[in-house]
Ligand binder design. Sequence first.
Ligand code: PLZ
Length: 432
Amino acid sequence: MTEIPGPRSRELQGRRAAAVPPGVGSVLPVYVTDAGGGVVVDVDGNSLIDFGSGIAVTSVGNANPRVAERVKAQADRFTHTCFMVAPYESYVRVCENLNRITPGDHEKRSFLVNSGAEAVENAVKIARYATGRQAVVVFDHGYHGRTLLTMTLTAKSMPYKHGFGPYAPEVYRMPLAYPFRWPSGPENCGPEAAAQAIDQISKQIGAQSVAAVVVEPIQGEGGFIEPAPGFLPAIAEFCRDNGIVFVADEVQTGFARTGDLFASEHEGIVPDIVVTAKGIAGGLPLAGVTGRAEIMDKVHGGGLGGTYGGNPLACEAALAVLEEIEEGKLTERAHRIGEVMLPRLRALAERHPAIGDVRGRGAMIAIELVREGTKEPDPALTAEIARRCHAQGLLVLTAGTYGNVLRFLPPLVIPEHLLVEGLDVLEAALAG
Ligand code: PLZ
């Protein structure tokens, strides 16, 4: 309808600059009035195709009728009592569901908090308590949040950590099996990276000092890096052999996004603790910590909690989302999205040498952009292509330690014609 951002969005952007500090960014300064499964409508009447899902959150759509109805009905009954004060059934049901659907058929317990970062922090607290150890191992390119502990766990300095120190102690970073950038090539990457990480953990920290290894089964903010085959199973086995709690951060990869309910399933990993958020509740703030009963049950009464954790509106939304995922076969939808996107992107990579790598699973797909004929990251080109997509009404996000990854996270319910139209826009943006 107008150029993007249009006049009303620009006016709001002016007001925002006087009210909100610039530290809080926005990918695309269009102000939203409505959003559905694959379309975002702005105050100027523009419809944008959504390849971001609010960073992998609105997998069932931004206004899923089942979510909306249950949240409305719950708001009429009660909005809050605090589960730590007077509990309610929906919280228990969400936890029963998490215990049922997360990998492994061992006995589990779950509890609920508000954000991915809060859930990761709690996983670390529980692992430390259960093991009596302190060290936490994380990986290159990892992202786990913005709180003091989770920004320490996060790899990238700018913008997440820069100037915000001192960081939390006892956090150690290990090499990650990044196939595209592994010096001896992608074939050797999984076993070599695992051997290096295990050697460094053993020699530099001492396995007996490690409480937890925290890893994203596919790195999200770090650039949609699928660790090379064999890496995660080797790390998980090392944890098992050494009494280390293996924590899978499935905040971005969870809830059918990658074509499995959880990305850990791809290589048959059974984590000791699974951390979930984002796609769990259709846009309402909710996160879960699910772990082996014998680990979770160790913590003393009252040691875990928070005012809003497992808020009843968010729990109703989560129950609706789980029904949508199971009844709507959204893992299959995610597969289908990958089947449409990956061949198309691979064909584009044939024509555009700047596309160094095409990767991802299901509806978590990315291209990594490099200077032609090299593997040198090209963040400027990445930003320019994102800008062209935005100007043509395609909402795409960037990612990556080097800022040179375009990532695609369409809602799982996106109609196929919108997916194809979005890819057409991307193709035109790559052509210049
Ligand atoms: N773990 C794997 O992807 C959130 C953050 C965007 P919260 N990722 C998007 C930004 O710039 O802040 C994330 C994640 C993984 C943890 C988190 C943190 O989840 O709900 O944002 O706290």
